[in-house]
Design a protein around this ligand. Sequence first.
Ligand code: FE
Ligand code: FE
Length: 197
Amino acid sequence: MKTSELIKIRKAMEKSLDPKRYEHTLGVEFTAAALAMRYDAPVLSAQIAGLLHDCAKCMTNEKRLSICEKNHISISDVEKKNPFLLHGKVGAFLARTKYGVEDRDILNAIRNHTTGRPGMSLLEKIVFIADYIEPGRKQAPNLQEIRRMAFVSLDRTLIKILEDTLAYVKETEADVDPMTSKTYEYYCMELDAENAG
Ligand code: FE
Ligand code: FE
């Protein structure tokens, strides 16, 4: 991908997302770029993934479900009940088919940006974290601390975000994608192993 394609995608996002979502998207784009610089990840990939991560957010649940059905994308029970959870999967599909992204790592970063997954790549971690800390975010608890932490240790930041997310869904009794807990447990174990070794 080249810079010209980045500009094209940015324009397409401005058209297809509502203004607030577009602003969030730009925030994720440049936060992901900054983290990529800090951790030696490909900056352009981080920008593209950041720009496209929510490309399936501004559509109806019916539309998301029908894209999945038509294209044989599997839907879990939690996803069926809460189709907004599908925006990562559908987003990755659109990134490939509509926006011409072929890079697996970028597609995975889009696919897994809401829940994370065990064994994430550097780019996946960057997009996941950028989504949470971008400048437009105001609500999350411990945001100031997490923003500082993001430029010190990606894995610790990841754990902190997952922990706060799980606490929040527990409090609000919202449905949680089981992958969020799986990812959390995986990275807690990783950190324990690191501390023990
Ligand atoms: Fe999202
Ligand atoms: Fe987002």
